[in-house]
Design a binder for this molecule. Structure first.
Ligand code: DC
Length: 205
């Protein structure tokens, strides 16, 4: 398939969006962009003293595979820079161009269905309870050797939920056309299968 076909996936921190998005992209042979990495790449520069708007305007896709972008501190910094409208505006064109590339694309983030690609052919809102998400994030951080207390991770998740959902610029919320997938009681395989079924139906329709 060479026509653009966009799968837009939104949801709160640690809901399983990343895993679901990568699996959907692999299944359909689509390119994948984790848009949180763009905000994290801005956030890490801000932690090093760079102005957030300058960092966003100068951002290139190089270095998005830096494992340091995955740390808890960078996640908080990303959530803080993400409230700045000029930062969001600077990242818009890159995301839209990626979404409409030939051959299909999966983008995951907070505002993909609502702002970046509202015309996306398939739209999903992947969510789970704050406790389940904190447990998953805590296990991930432990595996990376980040020894953070569970209560701290839960507080961070709730803190980011509040900031991401309550901000004025492109707040996190399900679009009216998104299929809501609550993964609280699902295994990874079940969540992936459900997401693939939604995309499959949209492709056939
Ligand atoms: O998905 P993530 O946890 O890597 O995202 C880090 C932060 O970036 C998140 O707390 C809010 C922000 N973000 C955003 O505002 N819009 C997006 N499309 C993706 C992420």
């Amino acid at each position: 398939m060479t026509e653009p076909f966009t799968v837009a996936i939104d949801g709160p921190a640690a809901a399983g969006k990343g895993t679901v998005s990568r699996a959907v992209a692999a299944h359909f042979g689509f390119a994948h962009l984790d848009t949180g990495l763009l905000y994290r790449a801005v956030g890490i520069q801000v932690l090093h003293g760079v102005d957030p708007i300058d960092a966003a305007r100068g951002l290139t896709p190089d270095g998005l595979d830096n494992p340091d972008l995955r740390s808890a501190d960078v996640a908080q910094a990303a959530s803080k820079v993400a409230v700045i409208p000029e930062v969001r505006a600077a990242l818009l064109d890159f995301q839209r161009a990626f979404a409409r590339r030939a051959g299909g694309a999966v983008l995951d983030g907070r505002d993909i269905c609502t702002v970046i690609v509202p015309q996306a052919e398939a739209q999903l809102f992947v969510t789970a309870s704050a406790e389940v998400r904190a447990k998953r994030r805590w296990a991930e951080l432990q595996a990376r050797g980040d020894d953070v207390a569970f209560d701290q991770v839960l507080a961070d998740v709730k803190d980011r939920d509040a900031r991401d959902s309550e901000r004025a610029a492109a707040p996190l919320k399900p679009s009216e056309t998104a299929h809501v997938l609550d993964t609280s009681e699902m295994t990874i395989d079940e969540a992936v299968a459900a997401a693939i079924a939604v995309v499959d139906q949209k492709r056939k329709g």
